[in-house]
Design a protein around this ligand. Structure first.
Ligand SMILES: *Cc1c(COP(=O)(O)O)cnc(C)c1O
Length: 413
């Protein structure tokens, strides 16, 4: 790898024997999720070792100097390199089909770093209107403070992306499916528009993960994750990651992160790796469960789920994704009062704003995840007062349906 002191992955780790990437790259994503990037110590442990260390010792002063000069491969400090974190980074890159990946302390650290590492005063970006609340805060509030302008478009409208391009536009930024409106962006078409204009695309793929959708297969340049969601998948740790080319990750991004420090802890990296081992099982079962729950809800209340034919972009979603995912949004006519009433009547499903958890969770975006946005921005995004977002977990879907049925009846629906 190109960055001095990066550690050179497995090969450079003293007494560690790594797998040769040339042997493992052809494995399919579900296999990578279990085995990709594994590096075993001389003990031959089967489960990945947890290296809880902030620093590294050198055999002699000359080695320390050589390592800092980038002349000797090896680790120097865990803000820069850590064997456990590097295993996860290699695993995510292999799952994504990317040249490289870098982990971050949270999904928002990943989004912030992916944007700030490459943008400067005077630049312009185009972003989709439907986005995670904090992503909208980045584009609407943080970037403008540093002289970086953004144009917000309806991500479903391919022509709008093209029309928003200016001479100083640097990149497109969007998520698909988007949170919580489940808008779908046409990955192939929008990445093509960006490429033709010489722009990069940054895709937030938290909802789908590489097991349901790989944006790079459609031309995306940079894929960023909240690994807090499906990747950990059991509601334990915060984590994030950015995937891209070797040059982008190890030059542009690393220069930013090694000096600003949004580093993922080795412990959290280890927990996420344990999560990845079951990601394929969980995301497919949770998608199946979500489909059953969505079929129950559809007709009873206005329901949005990419796997349902009633979703306005169902065909596009199914072209890009191998399953509908775990998130359903519903709309009740009685606004916040009825939405809160429904939440308060739930017995099994928790009132919680996380997603990707193995537990079913429901939230009212207007008063929680998207409460920080102005009413106008929420209206523009389609986040209505009567909207509820449901993450379908691993419980028996019939129990989730029973719970929702009772809660809907309790508010007269
Ligand atoms: C949760 C989420 C984020 C932020 O991730 P954190 O790990 O909570 O910082 C960003 N984008 C999407 C789509 C998310 O769902």
């Amino acid at each position: 790898m190109t960055e001095p002191g990066r550690g050179g992955k497995a090969s450079a780790m003293k007494k560690l024997t790594g797998q040769d990437r040339s042997i493992t790259t052809h494995w399919r994503p579900a296999t990578q999720a279990v085995r990709g990037g594994t590096v075993r110590s001389h003990f031959g442990e089967t489960s990945e070792a947890l290296f809880l260390t902030s620093g590294y010792a050198y055999d002699c002063a000359g080695d320390a100097a050589a390592r800092f000069a980038g002349e000797q491969k090896g680790m120097t400090y865990s803000r820069l390199q850590n064997p456990t974190v590097e295993m996860l980074e290699e695993r995510l890159a292999l799952m994504e089909g990317a040249e490289a990946a870098r982990c971050m302390a949270s999904g928002m650290a990943a989004m912030t770093a992916a944007l700030l590492c490459q943008l400067s005063m005077g630049d312009h970006i185009v972003a989709a209107r439907a986005a995670f609340g904090s992503c909208r805060w980045l584009t609407d509030t943080l970037l403008p403070r540093f002289g970086i302008e953004s144009t917000i478009v309806d991500g479903r409208d391919n022509d709008a992306w093209k029309a928003a391009i200016r001479p100083n536009t640097k990149l497109f930024f969007f998520e698909t499916p988007a949170n919580p409106t489940l808008d779908i962006v046409d990955l192939a078409a929008v990445c093509r528009i960006a490429k033709d204009a010489g722009l990069l695309t940054v895709v937030d793929n938290a909802f789908a993960t590489p097991l349901l959708q790989r944006p790079m297969d459609y031309g995306a340049d940079i894929v960023a994750y909240s690994a807090t969601k499906m990747m950990d998948g059991q509601g334990r740790v915060l984590a994030g990651a950015v995937c891209g080319t070797d040059a982008f990750i190890n030059n542009t991004l690393l220069a930013f992160t090694r000096n600003t420090g949004p580093t993922l802890s080795a412990f959290n990296a280890w927990v996420v790796m344990k999560g990845l081992e079951t990601l394929d099982l969980r995301i497919n079962r949770q998608s199946e469960n979500a489909m059953k729950v969505a079929q129950f809800l559809d007709g009873r209340v206005r329901t949005l789920y990419p796997g349902l034919a009633s979703h306005p972009q169902h065909e596009l979603a199914m072209k890009q994704m191998s399953a509908g995912g775990t998130i359903i949004s519903i709309f009740v006519d009685g606004g916040r009062t009825q939405a809160h009433g429904l939440l308060d009547a739930l017995e099994l499903v928790d009132i919680s704003n996380n997603i990707g958890d193995s537990r079913s969770l429901m939230t009212h975006p207007c008063s929680t995840t998207h409460a920080g946005l102005s009413a106008e921005v929420r209206a523009e995004m389609g986040v209505e007062e009567g909207m509820l977002r449901l993450n379908v977990g691993l419980e028996d879907p019939l129990d989730v349906i029973d719970d929702l049925d009772r809660a809907l009846k309790a508010v007269g629906l």
